[in-house]
Ligand binder design. Structure first.
Ligand SMILES: Nc1ncnc2c1ncn2[C@@H]1O[C@H](COP(=O)(O)OP(=O)(O)O)[C@@H](O)[C@H]1O
Ligand SMILES: [Mg+2]
Length: 286
């Protein structure tokens, strides 16, 4: 079942009449991590703000759990958790006090200390957030989104600028949230996060979705259908490339692997980073 259904969504900021979201369609299914990907300025954060009801004056239709988003009141916020792009905390309060403050906005309350423990902040709970490092602030920002035991998580660039260890902690928690039945919209320009987490992705560029699929299908679609072979000939390593289509009947290929020592053999799988550049970068002009 679709948790979110977005149809022909359009949005313009008041100061600028040019739309920044230009009629996008997508849906997010229960239990999946959906990645909204694209370069800076593409409209990712705007889309997240619309879906979290912070920008109410959109055109088009959005349903959440089968009902128009516009028909929800404050009850909507009981069901979702939001990780903002830039951590917003009270620097003059401790980590624990920040969590308590934000938890008071909700009816459902998750136990705070186990959440802090999961992101390695329990020992620092009584320190002022103003004295936290960037990584600590980002981890606090992330667990804040879980304070009300949400069923749906919005995460806007939540691992941006984190070192690999901190990023891993957060990625593991996102995967655990899905394993417990949660659904996630992950907004990012970091393809490593996507490889590790996303079930489906949509690429957005200049307010339009230009591609949407599973990471695996995208790799097949954008990957080169080639096989690269490294082999030894005359005591040196040589390289040759073959077309993957019909490889079994390709006599040159079959002959090569029968008669030479093979060092490596790879099919031309592409990475999401290559795909990202290919379909959102300057080289992609239609
Ligand atoms: N408050 C705002 N007022 C006017 N324009 C904005 C505002 N916020 C973002 N924009 C513009 O909307 C477009 C999309 O921005 P944004 O959604 O933040 O992109 P992304 O998150 O993909 O980097 C950009 O051109 C940006 O300059
Ligand atoms: Mg953004």
């Amino acid at each position: 079942m679709a948790v979110f259904e977005i149809n022909d969504l359009k949005y313009s900021y008041k100061k600028n009449p040019n739309p920044v979201i230009k009629g996008i369609h997508f849906s997010i299914q229960k239990g999946e991590i959906f990645g909204l990907l694209g370069p800076s300025g593409a409209g990712k954060s705007t889309t997240q703000k619309i879906l979290t009801k912070l920008l109410p004056e959109y055109e088009g239709s959005i349903t959440f759990q089968g009902k128009e988003l516009k028909s929800y009141g404050a009850d909507f916020y009981e069901r979702i958790g939001v990780g903002f792009e830039l951590p917003v905390h009270f620097n003059k309060l401790t980590g624990l006090e920040n969590m308590q403050f934000f938890q008071n906005l909700y009816q459902t309350k998750a136990p705070i200390e186990p959440l802090l423990e999961k992101v390695g902040l329990l020992e620092d709970k009584d320190k002022l957030v103003g004295e936290y490092s960037k990584g600590m602030k980002m981890r606090l920002n992330f667990v804040r989104a879980l304070l009300n035991e949400p069923e749906f998580l919005f995460l806007d660039e939540v691992t941006n600028g984190l070192d690999p260890k901190n990023a891993r902690i957060i990625k593991d928690m996102i995967a655990a949230f899905r394993a417990d039945g949660g659904t996630v919209l992950l907004t990012t320009h970091l393809m490593g996060d996507v490889e590790a987490l996303c079930d489906r992705v949509a690429f957005i560029k200049a307010g339009e979705i230009i591609e949407s699929n599973t990471p695996k299908e995208l790799k097949i679609k954008y990957g080169e259908r080639v096989v690269d072979v490294e082999y030894v000939k005359d005591k040196t390593v040589q390289k040759e490339q073959f077309d993957l289509t019909g490889i079994g009947e390709n006599e040159a290929f079959v002959d090569l692997i029968k008669t030479h020592e093979i060092r490596t053999i790879h099919s031309g799988e592409t990475t999401l980073e290559d795909i990202f550049i290919q379909i959102t970068g300057d080289a992609y002009v239609e």
